[in-house]
Design a protein around this ligand. Structure first.
Ligand SMILES: Nc1ncnc2c1ncn2[C@@H]1O[C@H](COP(=O)(O)OP(=O)(O)OP(=O)(O)O)[C@@H](O)[C@H]1O
Length: 299
């Protein structure tokens, strides 16, 4: 089957600055993929290239088996919602009508429900919306378009915690009813953790982690306790970091724990805590070569 997104050896250079280097991955529908990475890692650049809004300097980008650049047949099947989305001088309802004409899977009922949920006044000019309301309008359009490939580039600007939770709930509910290929670039990894099937981490333009979220959860553990006991426990295993505070040491250890490990930890009076996806992404960005953390590519 042709993958929804196929990226091979993609590079993007801006006047001497290398924004993406040899990025290769594929995404099959349906899935919710988290695109993670620090500021300037290349997330927006990659999403813009996928959406046909930016040229790759080299490499191959296929969306539904074809190049997205100026390809209407492909572009109608995908939507990119950006944090800094710019709208023409329109009222809310005009933007909704324009989007409904553009996207073949548009769900008018969902758009209406979301407009009510986010309390967006249909007659208000978009330029008079608050920052959070403008963001919410992007979310309404991004979800109601129900595009086969839906790309959200940090769609959170100005959204309060309640509105963000609403977004996660609506995204998951609509995805469950209408599975499709969703890519969500985010810094708020822990908030989105439960949503994600797949994780891509960019660091300085390189893809340093490409894995199924399920495989990552539980693959690293924070071990805390007396320094000598921690050292005994982690001996011979890969560790990502170690910190000592007084008599206590905290080590981040890679690898799954079995029942026997837990008994030993208990015996040594060590505290074991799961490393969150957010922490793993940070470690992956800083330790891509030496940690042994970078798992095989998800397929
Ligand atoms: N049009 C451009 N001209 C020159 N450099 C650019 C351009 N667009 C992006 N860059 C550079 O490419 C790099 C990647 O930028 P990009 O916006 O893709 O990062 P990002 O991961 O989305 O960052 P953030 O999380 O801060 O939004 C940055 O160093 C940025 O300054």
């Amino acid at each position: 089957m042709t993958p929804a997104i196929s990226v091979a050896g993609v590079e993007c250079r801006y006047r001497g600055h290398q924004a993406l280097t040899d990025v290769t991955f594929e995404i099959d529908t349906p899935s919710i993929t988290g695109l993670l990475g620090r500021n300037g890692a290349g997330k927006t650049t990659l999403l813009r290239i996928l959406a046909g809004q930016e040229f790759a300097t080299s490499g191959r980008v296929h969306v539904f088996g074809a190049g997205p650049l100026e390809n209407d047949a492909v572009l109608r099947r995908m939507i990119l919602i950006r944090e800094d989305q710019i709208y023409p001088d329109l009222r809310v309802r005009h933007a909704i009508t324009a989007a409904s004409l553009l996207y073949p899977n548009w769900d008018t009922d969902l758009a209406g429900t979301l407009l009510d949920l986010y309390e967006l006044p249909p007659n208000r000019p978009i330029k008079k919306l608050s920052r959070g309301m403008r963001t919410a309008l992007g979310i309404v359009i991004g979800l109601a378009a129900r595009a086969e490939i839906t790309l959200f580039d940090e769609p959170y600007a100005g959204l309060d915690a309640v509105a963000r939770m609403l977004f996660y709930d609506q995204l998951l509910a609509d995805y469950t009813a209408h599975p499709r290929c969703i890519v969500l670039s985010t810094h708020l990894i822990d908030e989105a953790d439960e949503l994600l099937d797949r994780v891509l981490v960019l660091d300085h333009g390189k893809l340093v982690l490409d894995a199924l979220a399920e495989d990552l959860r539980g693959t690293a553990t924070i071990v805390t306790g007396p320094a000598d006991c921690v050292e005994r426990f982690v001996a011979g295993r890969a560790t990502l970091s170690r910190r000592t505070m007084g008599t206590q040491t905290q080590a981040v250890m890679v690898g799954r724990l079995d029942e026997r490990d837990r008994e030993v930890a208990d015996h040594l009076r060590l505290r074991l805590e799961r490393v969150t996806l957010q922490q793993l992404a940070v470690y992956a960005a800083g330790h891509d070569t030496q940690s042994g953390l970078t798992p095989a590519r998800a397929s």
